[in-house]
Every structure is written in C-alpha cells, then in structure tokens.
Write a protein that binds this ligand. Structure first.
Ligand code: UDP
Length: 235
C-alpha cells in the first residue's frame, strides 16, 4: 500500500491517504512535544518504537475482541489503519495517581487508586484539551449517548487488558489516553498506544519508562523507550 497525499500533520504523526478511501497510513515521527506543544524535542528512534509497540498492542487487543483501526504494520515507520471520523473526546483511564489528577485534586504521585478512574477531555489543542464531562459531550454533540457508553465500557476493558499485558512484563500501567473514531457505523479504537500516551513504571522500582522522562528532563529517554520496546515486542 503506497502513500498518496498528506491529509494531516500532528505533533508526532502524519496521516497520508492511500488508493483506498477507507484506509490511511499513520507515519510515526521522532518529534516529541509536551505541555501542549510548549516543550519540543526529538527522541531518537521514537517513531520506529511507537509504531512497533502500537502495532503489537493493537494486535493484542484485537486478539481479545477489542475493535481497533489497525490493519497492519507496513514498515519501520508506517502503519496501515482504517480511516476514522475521530470523536473529539480523549478518554483517560488511571490506575495510580500521576500527572494532571495530582495537580487537580492535590494527590501525591504514586497513590494507588482502589479502582480505575475514567476521565474525558475535549480534544482541542488551542484550548489545551480541557477536562469535560458527559453533559458537555451531549450538549455539544461530540458523541451520542450510546457512543459515550461505549467509550466508558471499552476504556475500562482496554485498561484491564493492557494492565495484564504490562504486568507480565514487570511494568505497572499507571494511566493512559485513548482516542476513538467512527468507521462504517462502528466505533473503533484509533490513534496509538505507546509510551507517548501511557505512563509506565517499572513494577519493582517505580522507575518511569514513558514520556515523563522527556517532559521532566529525567534523562535516559531513548534507553527507556528502547526497554519498553524490547519488553513489548521482543519477548
Ligand atoms: N495524555 C496524552 N495526550 C494528552 C494528554 C494526556 O497522551 O494530550 C496521556 C498522558 O501521557 C498520560 C495520561 O494521558 O499517560 C494522563 O495524562 P494527564 O491527564 O495526567 O496529563 P499530563 O500530566 O500528561 O498533562
């Protein structure tokens, strides 16, 4: 499958059309950004790692019945996916307090949550992805009531599946962000599932193995992305 024209360029991926109007190519860049684009940089080989890790995760989720946009990995940097009409709602699921929830609720980072917390954010860069609830989604028609039920059920189910997957690799899944979209009447999981959009900590030492290393200048960014890649794709 060859790529045609560029449809969209985001902070870490480029989307290209193909000969098939139902399929697009996601190209993974090495560019990294944080704090809504304020901090910018490059993580060497991040594109290849995120493509491989996401491909593996999508295949794993599909094998357990979760419907995703994944078709196949094309090469080091490119993934063939079903074209989605993206629902502008980011679904975040948390198992342990970290990041924005700590600031918002005054929680200590690392607090283990007795059950997962699911949150919605409005996917809007100029506004910095503000937190929203189901009333906002309903009033502004970002998703139907049935779709909201699916976002919640599927977000929590995917959390269980990913948590188990990472636990087997001695990694604790702290939190992650999902995006969904519509394709031929179905809601499919889209975007990527990589250390860019998940918090992953070493199960024993709590060492961070995700984009927080880049966000907070913790060093060894490439090494930790490589470690996740090996644990996810090479075992
Ligand atoms: N996240 C993401 N993209 C965003 C916002 C958050 O991938 O635009 C991920 C982030 O990497 C973390 C989870 O969603 O794994 C929860 O992020 P949080 O709300 O704590 O925000 P942050 O601290 O990253 O600003």
């Amino acid at each position: 499958m060859e790529r045609r024209e560029q449809l969209y360029e985001g902070k870490s991926k480029i989307i290209y059309s193909t000969d098939d109007p139902d399929l697009v190519i996601q190209y993974f860049k090495d560019d990294a950004s944080a704090f809504n684009g304020v901090k910018k940089g490059t993580i060497v080989d991040k594109g290849g790692i995120n493509n491989a890790v996401s491909s593996k995760m999508f295949q794993y989720l599909e094998s357990l019945g979760a419907k995703t946009h994944f078709v196949r990995q094309l090469n080091d940097r490119e993934m063939l996916v079903k074209r989605l009409d993206i629902i502008p709602v980011e679904v975040v699921v948390r198992n342990v307090a970290a990041g924005s929830i700590c600031k918002r609720l005054g929680l200590e980072e690392g607090l283990s949550l007795p059950k997962p917390i699911l949150e919605f954010f409005y996917k809007n860069d100029p506004l910095g992805d503000p937190m929203i609830n189901e009333c906002h989604i309903d009033v502004f028609n970002w998703a139907t009531a049935d779709e909201v039920v699916q976002l919640k059920e599927r977000g929590l189910k995917i959390n269980q599946l990913l948590f188990d997957f990472y636990k087997k690799r001695n990694i604790r899944l702290i939190d992650f962000k999902l995006e969904f979209g519509r394709h031929k009447g179905e809601v499919l999981l889209g975007d990527e599932i990589s250390p860019d959009g998940c918090r992953l900590w070493n199960w024993d030492t709590n060492e961070k193995m995700d984009k927080d290393r880049f966000r907070f200048n913790l060093g060894s960014v490439e090494e930790k992305y490589q470690e996740v890649y090996h644990l996810v794709c090479k075992e």
